[in-house]
Write a protein that binds this ligand. Structure first.
Ligand code: SF4
Length: 93
């Protein structure tokens, strides 16, 4: 449970810093992992899309772990619940 909370916080923090605040720029190696996770999730049958009236945007989340996408790909320690991708190794900076 604690690891799940840490992963959610980690993912949202990095995603916010990267996309909205432009304060987080991953290394090339990390970006490779993020790009791979992004591609796998986008083509995954478990990716769910919701559209709320009044919002001009689709909301995506993983139908298995219920984590918000793309924040979930920014959680370095997270593993895909279907084992399609794993945690980013600690020695990757
Ligand atoms: S985390 Fe795994 S199961 Fe969930 S959408 Fe991504 S690839 Fe699919």
């Amino acid at each position: 449970m604690l690891n799940t909370i840490k992963n959610i916080a980690d993912g949202w923090l990095r995603h916010s810093m990267n996309v909205w605040l432009k304060k987080y720029k991953p290394s090339k190696e990390i970006q490779t992992y993020l790009d791979d996770r992004f591609s796998v999730c986008m083509s995954c049958d478990h990716m769910s899309v919701m559209n709320y009236p009044g919002f001009n945007k689709d909301f995506r989340f993983c139908g298995k772990c219920k984590c918000a996408f793309p924040s979930l790909i920014f959680a370095y320690r997270k593993e895909c619940p279907q084992r399609k991708w794993g945690a980013i190794p600690d020695d990757i900076k």
